[in-house]
Design a binder for this molecule. Structure first.
Ligand code: ADP
Ligand code: MG
Length: 674
C-alpha cells in the first residue's frame, strides 16, 4: 500500500537490492526522487520516409517483414538477428539486432512492424534497437542511468510509481499562480514529462516543471538568511590611510575596475549591515588582489578575516601570495588545511580562538574542524559555486553579522545576476590588467602532436613553462588516469630530455602534490603533466602554454578555466586542444573555444548546445545549473518566478491556507547551491 512519497523505491515491483543500489548512485532513493528523475532527452519515434533520414540518425521505419527472421550465434553470448523489411514505398532494407535473440518471437514473416534503430546509410541497414508495439508512445523518454540499470527498468519503475503514488504528489506552486500563468498541476506535469501523449502536452508539462524548479530556487534564495543583507552586520572601521599604504606597496597598479570593486567592498564593510557581495570577474581578471585588500581592511579595522577556497593547492598558493604581498602581516597569517599535523592544527586553532591569527586562509577545513574565531569580521569565499549554502550558513550561525564576499569566475549580466544571486550586491571586473595578450587557441588532432612538440620546444627555449592536462574520465578509471599521466611524462621525458617534467594527480599524497606544484611555481620544473587539479585558481604567470588532451571530454566552462591558467603575464600565450571530436556537436563545442574568449559567452554557448541533455561536466560550469531548467533559455520563467516569490513573501498574510501550506512545505525541502 503506498503511504508516502518518502517510501523507498524498494517497494516497487521489479526493484531488488541491486537496482536499489544502482538507483542510489543516481541520487534516487525514495519514490519522490524517482518521480523527479526526469528524462533528459526523448527519442522521437515517429515514422519518417527513408529519404529524409541522415546517416547514423535514430529513426523509426515501418514496413512488412519479407524474409524469415534468422538468428545466428557467434561467440558465447553474442548473436545477430536479421531480416528484410519492405517499406511502404516498396524500398527494401536490412534490419539487424545484435545480442537480442529473443526478439525473434516478436517478428514473423509478413508482419507489419515499426522498428526503432540507427540508420546506417552505407550498408542500407537499420541497426535495430527496439521493436515497437502498437501501444508504444511516440515519445520515448531517455533517462540518465548507471551501470546495471536498464532504461526499460527505469521506465517501468516510473510508470508504476506514477500509477500507485500519483495521487500523493504534492502541488509545488500556489494555486493562484498556477491559474495566473495557466500552469498544470505538479502531478499532471510529472505525468506529462514522463509519458507525454502529444508534443503539446509535453511542452505544457515542461513549462510547469521549469517554473516550479525556479520557484523553489527563488523561495530558498529569498528566504535564506545569508542572503539578507539588510541584517545588522559587523561594522569594520578601518583607517583608510593605512590601507592606502598597503596599496601603494603592491608590485602593480590596480586597474580601474579593481579599484572600483575595492571601494564598493570597503563601503560595505563600513556600513552597519552585513555585507553580501559577489565579486565577479573572468579568469585572470585579478579578483584575488581585490579580495586580499578587503581582508587587509578588515585586519586594520581590528577584525579577523578568513579566506575559504576549494582546494589545498589553491589555499597554499593564496597563503604564499598573501604573505609575499603583505610581509607585515605574515606572522598573523595562518594556513588551515587538513594536510598539516595535528600539533600544528591545534596551535593554529588556539591562535585563531585567542585572536592571534588575524588572517586565516584555508579549505573547508575552516568549517569542518569546528574552528571558533575570536572576532571574525569578514569571510571571503573563492570559487563560490564549489561550496554549499549549508557550509556558509554554518559559519554565519557561529558568527552573527559576518560580512561575506563571494567570488565567481563566470560573470553574468546584471539582470540575470538579480535572479540568480537575489539580494546580493555585485561588483564586476570587466577589463583584464593592461598588457595582457589574447590567448591563441588551436585545435589539433592526435596525429599532429609532432608539430605541437616543435612549438613546445620554442616555448621551453624561451624559458617559459607548459601545462599538459589530461581528463579524468570517471572515478572508477582513476588508475588508468595515473597510468595516462605517467605515459605522457615518459613520452615528454624522451622528447625533451633537457627539461624537468613534473606530474600532479589525485592519487598522489597531498605533500607530494604540494611539492610538485611548488617545483613548477619555482620553475624548477618546466612542464607540469596534470589532471584537472590545476583547473581552479592556480597562478603561475610564467606558464604560457596550456595543452589539453582529449579536449572533447571536458565541459566548455572547464576548458575555459583551464585555459585561464595561461595568459597571466605579458607574454603571448597558447592553448592547444588535442582531440578528435566525432560528432557535429563535439566539433561545434571546440570551435567555440577557438572563437570565444569571454567566459560568460562560453558558458552560454555551452548551455545552448548541450541543451538540457548532457549531465557531463554540468557541475563544472560556473553558472548555477538546474535539474531541468536552463537559466539562459528559460530566463523569462526565472524572472517571473523571482517576482512571484517576492510577491508571495510580501503578501503572505493575504494568501489562503492552502497556498501558505504549499509555501511552507518548500522550506523543508531542497536547498540551493549558490
Ligand atoms: P583571477 O581573477 O582568475 O583569480 P588572479 O587574481 O589570480 O585572477 O590574477 C591573475 C594574475 O594577474 C595574477 O598573476 C595577478 O598577480 C595578476 N594581476 C592582478 N591584478 C593585476 C594588475 N592590476 N596588474 C598586473 N597584474 C595583475
Ligand atoms: Mg582566482
Amino acid at each position: 500500500m503506498p503511504t508516502t512519497l518518502n517510501d523507498s523505491i524498494a517497494v516497487l515491483k521489479g526493484i531488488g537490492p541491486k537496482s536499489v543500489q544502482a538507483f542510489a548512485q543516481l541520487g534516487v532513493v525514495t519514490i519522490a526522487d524517482l518521480l523527479y528523475h526526469l528524462p533528459f532527452r526523448f527519442n522521437d519515434i515517429q515514422e519518417r520516409p527513408l529519404a529524409s533520414i541522415l546517416d547514423q540518425e535514430k529513426v523509426t521505419l515501418k514496413g512488412r517483414v519479407i524474409t524469415p527472421p534468422v538468428v545466428s550465434y557467434f561467440g558465447r553470448r553474442r548473436s545477430r538477428l536479421s531480416f528484410r523489411l519492405e517499406l511502404e514505398d516498396h524500398q527494401v532494407i536490412q534490419v539487424v539486432f545484435f545480442n537480442q535473440p529473443y526478439l525473434n518471437k516478436q517478428v514473423a514473416l509478413n508482419d507489419e512492424k515499426s522498428i526503432y534503430g540507427k540508420w546506417d546509410q552505407t550498408r542500407q541497414t537499420l541497426m535495430g534497437m527496439k521493436v515497437l508495439k502498437e501501444t508504444d508512445n511516440i515519445f520515448q523518454p531517455v533517462y540518465s542511468a548507471t551501470k546495471g540499470l536498464r532504461q526499460s527498468l527505469i521506465v517501468q519503475a516510473i510508470s508504476q510509481a506514477l500509477a500507485e503514488y500519483g495521487p500523493l504528489i504534492p502541488e509545488a506552486v500556489p494555486s493562484f499562480l498556477n491559474e495566473r500563468h495557466q500552469l498544470m498541476s505538479s502531478r499532471a506535469a510529472l505525468q506529462g514529462i514522463h509519458q507525454p501523449q502529444s508534443y503539446k502536452q509535453y511542452e505544457a508539462a515542461r513549462r510547469k516543471i521549469i517554473y516550479q524548479e525556479f520557484f523553489d530556487y527563488q523561495w530558498q534564495l529569498q528566504t535564506a538568511s545569508f542572503n539578507h543583507r539588510q541584517d545588522k552586520g559587523l561594522q569594520v572601521h578601518y583607517d583608510v590611510e593605512v590601507l592606502k599604504v598597503f596599496i601603494k606597496e603592491l608590485p602593480f597598479e590596480l586597474t580601474s575596475d579593481q579599484k572600483k570593486a575595492v571601494n564598493e567592498i570597503c563601503l560595505d564593510l563600513l556600513a552597519p549591515y552585513a555585507m553580501r557581495r559577489m565579486l565577479q570577474g573572468d579568469v585572470g581578471s585579478g579578483k584575488t588582489i581585490v579580495a586580499f585588500l578587503a581582508m587587509v581592511a578588515g585586519v586594520i579595522g581590528g577584525y579577523q578575516v578568513a579566506l575559504m577556497v576549494p582546494t589545498e593547492i589553491l589555499a597554499k598558493q593564496h597563503y604564499q601570495n598573501f604573505c609575499n604581498l603583505f610581509p607585515d602581516l605574515e606572522d598573523q597569517t595562518g594556513l588551515l588545511i587538513s594536510q598539516i599535523s595535528s600539533k600544528e592544527k591545534n596551535e593554529l586553532q588556539l591562535g585563531i580562538k585567542k585572536g592571534f591569527h588575524q588572517v586565516i586562509i584555508g579549505t573547508h577545513a575552516l568549517i569542518q574542524d569546528a574552528v571558533s574565531f575570536h572576532k571574525l569580521g569578514l569571510l571571503v569565499i573563492d570559487e563560490q559555486h564549489r561550496f554549499g549554502v549549508d557550509q556558509r550558513q554554518l559559519l554565519l550561525d557561529q558568527n552573527p553579522g559576518l560580512n561575506i564576499l563571494q567570488m565567481t569566475a563566470t560573470p553574468i549580466p546584471r539582470s540575470l545576476a538579480l535572479s540568480i544571486y537575489g539580494d546580493m550586491s555585485v561588483s564586476t571586473i570587466q577589463s583584464l590588467p593592461s598588457g595582457r595578450q589574447p590567448i591563441q587557441t588551436r585545435l589539433v588532432s592526435e596525429k599532429q602532436v609532432d608539430k605541437l612538440y616543435l612549438h613546445m620546444q620554442e616555448i621551453l627555449a624561451k624559458e617559459q613553462q607548459i601545462y599538459y592536462v589530461l581528463p579524468i574520465i570517471d572515478q572508477s578509471e582513476h588508475l588508468d588516469q595515473v597510468e595516462n599521466v605517467l605515459n605522457v611524462k615518459a613520452k615528454l621525458d624522451q622528447v625533451f630530455p633537457d627539461y624537468q617534467i613534473e606530474i600532479l594527480h589525485g592519487q598522489m599524497a597531498k605533500d607530494q602534490q604540494a611539492r610538485a606544484m611548488a617545483a613548477f611555481k619555482a620553475n624548477e620544473a618546466q612542464v607540469l603533466v596534470a589532471t584537472t587539479m590545476v583547473e581552479v585558481g592556480v597562478d603561475v604567470p610564467n606558464a604560457t602554454m596550456m595543452i589539453i588532451q582529449s579536449a572533447e571530454r571536458f565541459g566548455l566552462a572547464q576548458l575555459h578555466q583551464l585555459r585561464g591558467r595561461v595568459g597571466r603575464g605579458n607574454q603571448p600565450s597558447f592553448c592547444y586542444l588535442i582531440g578528435n571530436p566525432t560528432t557535429e556537436q563535439g566539433k561545434a563545442r571546440l570551435k567555440i573555444m577557438v572563437d570565444e574568449s569571454n567566459g560568460f559567452q562560453i558558458s552560454k554557448a555551452d548551455l545552448k548546445i548541450r541543451g538540457m541533455g548532457d549531465v557531463l561536466g554540468r557541475q563544472q560550469s560556473g553558472l548555477p545549473t538546474f535539474k531541468y531548467a536552463n537559466i539562459i533559455e528559460d530566463s523569462d520563467s526565472l524572472n517571473q518566478a523571482r517576482q512571484d516569490v517576492a510577491w508571495c513573501l510580501q503578501h503572505y498574510q493575504d494568501l489562503n491556507q492552502n497556498d501558505r501550506e504549499i509555501l511552507n512545505s518548500l522550506n523543508q525541502k531542497s536547498r540551493i547551491e549558490l
